[in-house]
Design a protein around this ligand. Structure first.
Ligand code: SP5
Ligand code: ZN
Length: 363
């Protein structure tokens, strides 16, 4: 008789709608590349987790209250309507522009203190809500964006109701989205949505532990002035030339009420398990000092050695240990962020979820 592997006892919250976002590549330095944030990522993750015995839970539709608590309503409205408006205005049919991509950005240098005037022209307005050229919007994007945010809220709901660990298979990812602007292959901030949902359900203090290879500049800034949500991140040093370039430095510690409730631990390119896990441990110690009642893990898998989008060199076992350490801080919602190496994504996610399960004696 062959030995059955232990069932992975972490619910995987999933929305079929997450497959509908087809960004059609990314414009990097003026040229459209194939891009790495593809629907096949979600299938690779889902199939591996199902094979490991994890139960699939359908994402439940939620209203927009939590979305509008962490985002400006105008960003939500823009995302919900921009594709239909783009199509109706003829950009695909008349100009061959098959995705929404901005070309003018209201940077502080352009406006020198002037409040940006919302442009009536959609091709101008596109840059009001989007801060890069790599984050394209097409026909099914909004349904997927909404599905990912629903998955995050469903997972948060499970944890609020007593499930010790739940995982939301969010696609597209979210941690680069600020209160009012999207970018970095992200559209709504699923981790911030989960944290806010946990707060609304009664957790007085929440800690977000972000182990994606990139700094979660969006989540950081959403909670930057708040003491009730700690944000901590380990990531490749933006000062060494990595996205998001403008934030993610060690000196960013929060402001006002949130002073001291933000911690960045940037790492040198090439950092592997030892350095990465030491930083994760330090981050978890600091998060614990804030006495969180619930945890959100921004689970990017792109710090893995094989990943094409980052120079960190973390192993499967490294992910198992990191997720275990983060989930040991309290009831935990795991939110899928980046991770782009299709052959290794599944095993990495299984390892991370197994680590989180072990922290709660579920394995
Ligand atoms: C969620 C997440 O992991 N977002 C990371 C976005 C960072 N992307 C940076 C892309 C830089 C250009 N990539 C070069 C590969 C050519 N396709
Ligand atoms: Zn990333």
């Amino acid at each position: 008789m062959s030995e059955q592997p232990a069932r992975l006892a972490v619910p995987v919250v999933w929305s079929e709608d997450c497959l509908r976002h087809d960004p059609g590549g990314e414009v990097w330095l003026g040229v459209r590349d194939a891009g790495t944030e593809v629907p096949a990522r979600a299938l690779a993750l889902r199939d591996a987790l199902v094979a490991a015995g994890a139960p699939i839970v359908e994402a439940r539709p939620h209203g927009e209250q939590v979305l509008r608590a962490v985002h400006d309503g105008s960003l939500v409205d823009h995302l919900a309507g921009v594709w239909a408006a783009w199509e109706k205005a003829g950009y695909p049919a008349d100009y061959g522009r098959d995705r929404v991509v901005p070309y003018v950005f209201p940077t502080p240098g352009m406006l020198a203190g002037l409040e940006p005037h919302p442009p009536p022209a959609l091709h101008g307005r596109a840059g009001l809500y989007c801060y890069d050229t790599m984050t394209l919007i097409g026909p099914g994007s909004w349904e997927a964006i909404r599905g990912a945010a629903d998955a995050a809220q469903t997972a948060a709901g499970l944890v609020s109701a007593g499930t010790p660990v739940a995982y939301a298979l969010c696609r597209p990812p979210g941690h680069h989205v600020t209160r009012a602007a999207y970018g970095g292959s992200c559209y709504l901030n699923n981790a911030a949505v989960a944290a806010q949902a946990l707060r609304a359900a009664g957790a007085d203090r929440v800690a977000v532990i972000d182990i994606d290879a990139h700094h979660g500049n969006g989540t950081q800034m959403i909670f930057y002035a708040r003491a009730d949500v700690f944000y901590g991140s380990v990531h490749v040093d933006p000062g060494a030339g990595w996205f998001p370039h403008y934030a993610g430095y060690a000196g960013e510690r929060g402001t006002g009420e949130g002073a001291g409730a933000n911690r960045n631990l940037p790492l040198a390119p090439g950092t592997g398990d030892d350095g990465w896990l030491a930083a994760v441990a330090a981050l978890c110690d600091e998060a614990a000092a804030h006495r969180p009642e619930a945890i959100v893990v921004s689970l990017g898998l792109d710090a893995a050695e094989a990943d094409p989008e980052s120079p960190l060199r973390v192993s499967e076992d490294g992910y198992r240990r990191a997720a275990r350490a983060a989930a040991a801080l309290g009831p935990a919602v795991l939110i899928q962020e980046g991770g782009y190496d299709l052959p290794t994504l599944g095993p990495l996610a299984v390892a991370a979820l197994a680590g989180a399960a072990a922290a709660h004696d579920l394995a």
